[in-house]
Unconditional design. Sequence first.
Length: 512
Amino acid sequence: MDNRPRPAPAGVESRPLPENFSTTMSADLWQRGCERLAAELPEIQYNTWIRPLAPAEITEVGGKDDAAGATLVATLQVPNRFKLDWIRSQYGARIEHVLSELAGRAVRLEVGVVPGAGADPRRLATRHLVATTDATTRVPLPPGAVAGAGLPGAAAPRAGDAGSAARARPPEPTHRLNTQWTFENLVPGRANQMARTAALHVAGAPGQMYNPLFIYGGVGLGKTHLIHAVGNALLADRPDARILYLHAEQFISDVVKNYQRKTFDELKAKYHSLDLLLIDDVQFFAGKERTQEEFFNAFEALLAKRAHIIMTSDTYPKGLVDIDERLTSRFDAGLTVAIEPPELEMRVAILMRKAEAEATVMPEDVAFFVAKNVRANVRELEGALRKVLAYARFSHKDINIALAREALKDLLSIQNRQIGVENIQKTVADFYKIKVADMYSKKRPASIARPRQIAMYLAKEMTQKSLPEIGELFGGRDHTTVLHAVRKIGGERQKNTELNQQLHVLEQTLKG
Ligand SMILES: Nc1ncnc2c1ncn2[C@@H]1O[C@H](COP(=O)(O)OP(=O)(O)OP(=O)(O)O)[C@@H](O)[C@H]1O
C-alpha cells in the first residue's frame, strides 16, 4: 500500500467551484455521501471512521486546456497520520465511488492531516512532560496519569490542574512508550499486514473491536514496534488516554514487589485504571501462578470497562505452556494475529527505508544482496545495515555489493560454514521425527515425502547449491523433482501460516 500523499497531477490546477456549485451543494454532497455510506457500511465502522469526519471540502480541478475533463476533488482533513492511512486504504475507493455517483462526475478524494494537529507523537510526548515527585522519574507522562489518577473512580486531574504536579503523591505509571516506534516507520508488507491492520484499527477505536488483540511471531519481527505504534498513535489522538506499555517481566516484578509489601491494592489501582494496556512477551508468565492470577484480574477489569489490551507472544495462545487455560482461552477471545518473517521484497524495503532514515541512500542491488543473505528477522537486518553503513563511512567508500560483501564477511562465512545440505536433512528429519535415511530413500508416504520436500526447499534457500547438486544429495533425484519441491513449499509458505512458522523455526535452528 502506498501511503504517501498523492500530489496533484502535472498540469492540473485547483480552482474554486463554479458559482452553480455552491458551498451548500458541497456540504450537501458530503452529507448525501455519508447517508449512503451509513447504509452500506457496518454500523460500527461507519460510526468509528466516517461519522466523526469534518465535512469534505469540494473543489474543482481540471487541465487548463481541458474543458471537459474537470474533476471534483473532495478534501478531507483528519487529525493524524494513522487515521489518514486507514481512511485512505480502507474507505478511499468507496468514498470516491459514492461521491462520483451522487455528483454525476468523477470525484477524487484527497486526505490530509489537519495542519498543526498532533501528528507527531514525539512532539506530544514531550509536551506532556510532567514533573513528578521523584526526581529520578522525570519521564513523559500522559496528562491524567499524574498523582492519584490511578485510583478507580477517581477523576483524572489534567496536566494543567493547579498544583497537581506539586502535590506529594506516589509517582503514577508512565506510559513507557518508545516514541520512535510508530506506524509511520513500520514498513508494511504481507508478513505484517493483518497485524498492522488490526493494530491500526485498535489505535483508531480502542475498546471496540479486536479486544484483546493477541500478536504472535518469532523474535525480532516487529511485535514490540507495532504495539508501541498503537500506543503512540492513540496518545497523539487522545493525549489524555491512560496507556501503559510493559514487558511481561516488569509485570511479574511488580507483582512480586507488591506481594512482599502486601500492597495489592496499589497494583490493582495501577493496572485497572488504564485505557490501553500493551504487554509484551506474555509467554514469560509461564509457571508464575500469582502473576497469572493478578493478570487475570487486571484483564477482566480492563475488558469490563472496555479498555483495550494488546499482548504479544512468541506463540499463539493455545501454544503457551504453563499458563492457566482460563487465561489462554481469554487471550484468544478477541483477535489473534501472526507476524511472519518478512519476505524478500519487504526485507529490501525495510533496508532502504532504514538507510534513508540514516540519511543514506542504499542502492537497490545492495539492498537485495543484503536481504538475500540476512533472512532471519528484522533485528538482524538492522544489524547488517549498521555494519554496511559503518564500513562505508570509515572506509570513505561508496556503498556497493563488493563493499557490503566485505562488511558482512563474518556473517556470510558463518552462514556458509554452518549450513550444509546434510545439516538441513538432519535438522528437518529431527523436527518431523523421521529417519535421516528417509531423506535419500525412495519412500513416498506423505509423512516422509513432505519433510523431504521441506528439506529440499531449505537446501535451495539456504545454501548456494544448484538444483542438480541438491537432487544428487537427496538420493540421486532429478533436478525437476527438487524444483517441484521448492516451488510447492515456497508457494504453500505464502498461504499456510503454520508451515511458515515451522520453516521459520527450522531456519532459526539451522542458523544457530
Ligand atoms: N516492518 C518493519 N518496519 C520497520 N522496522 C521494523 C519492522 N519490523 C521490525 N522492525 C524493527 O526491527 C527491530 C526488532 O523489532 P521488535 O523489537 O519490535 O521485534 P519483536 O518481534 O518484538 O522481537 P522480540 O520478540 O525479540 O521482542 C526493531 O528495531 C523494529 O523497529
